[in-house]
Write a protein that binds this ligand. Structure first.
Ligand code: CUA
Length: 313
């Protein structure tokens, strides 16, 4: 049945295809059954035919009725469980995945690797290695769609959307934006280049060093004024951010939160929302002052200052 779907080039693709073809066969069988019965009855009970129109035997009207109702109900419950559980596992990236930052904007995909290498409308990845995409949009909703990997993830402004994949075939695969996002939506395309691990390593080291996300974040931390209060040396009574990432934070209203990307982002843009216990709500909002890329850099900077794993709670 190859040719019906795009080439399958990720671990996820095989699962999705199995579900797709199974549903196709199931739906096909049911369609044939229903239309076969329609045809059969139309001929058998046509006007003038001598077929008996007496009441059905009792077991037909009861046991068979209950039987086929239950059978279809259970079949479709099973299909629902099967398809959705395969989909849920697709949401959780395996440990040790390669992190890649993606920034979507009208009308391009900007990509940044953890060592600072940057690309536009291209993404180089190694084969057989899970890759986690941390995605943000600078303006409107875009959707990261790679048919060959069977992944499609909306990128919604104001939040970080994640998806992941593990490529299983070498080659170049088209990346499309699958959410209408304005005039040039149709040209918001890119390519995923899946390489041998050694080629990927060579490619990565050959990229210009660039100032990586965390480094840019460090510069912004000073130039935007964050360091005035939040640097370790500051005299202002404000939460210090070194070692914060990944920790549990006690809030003044009694709740606790994990200091993850979303929390740090909210703290920058809506600082009055979650006040850390023991501090005054004096921080101004940076909404409209910092753009999404800048917030992403600041988060990367704070993430880079997390403690070693054994000291983290
Ligand atoms: Cu971006 Cu459509």
């Amino acid at each position: 049945m190859s040719g019906l779907l795009p080439v399958a080039a990720s671990t996820q693709a095989d699962k999705v295809d199995l579900i797709f073809y199974s549903l196709l066969v199931l739906a096909g069988l049911i369609t044939f059954l229903v239309f076969g019965l329609i045809l059969f009855f139309a001929v058998r009970y046509r006007r003038g035919s001598r077929a008996s129109r007496a009441n059905m035997p009792k077991f037909l009207s009861k046991e068979i009725e209950i039987g086929w109702t239950l059978a279809t109900l259970l079949t479709f419950l099973f299909v629902f469980w099967w398809a959705s559980s395969a989909d849920l596992s697709a949401l959780v990236p395996p440990k040790g995945a390669l992190d890649v930052h993606v920034l979507a904007k009208q009308w391009m995909w900007k990509v940044e690797h953890s060592n600072g290498a940057r690309e536009i409308n291209e993404l180089h990845v190694p084969i057989n290695k899970p890759v986690r995409l941390l995605m943000r949009s600078q303006d409107v909703i875009h959707s990261f769609f790679v048919a060959a990997f069977r992944i499609k993830q909306d990128v919604v402004p104001g939040r970080e959307n994640q998806t992941w994949f593990q490529a299983t075939k070498l080659g170049t695969f088209p990346l499309l934006c699958a959410e209408y996002c304005g005039t040039d939506h149709s040209v918001m395309r890119g390519r995923i280049l899946v390489m041998r691990p050694e080629d990927y390593a060579a490619w990565l080291t050959a990229q210009p060093e660039g100032d990586d996300l965390a480094h840019r974040g460090a510069a912004l931390f000073v130039s935007s004024g964050c360091s005035g209060c939040h640097a370790g040396s500051s005299k202002v009574h404000a939460p210090k951010l070194s070692g914060l990432y990944g920790r549990t934070v006690q809030l003044s209203d009694g709740r606790t939160v994990i200091a993850d990307d979303a929390y740090i982002r909210d703290s920058i843009l809506q600082p009055k929302r979650d006040i850390v216990a023991g501090y005054e709500p004096i921080m101004p909002s940076f909404s409209g002052i910092l753009d999404d890329g800048e917030v992403q850099s600041l988060i990367a900077y704070i993430r880079a200052q997390r403690g070693p794993p054994e000291t983290r709670k």
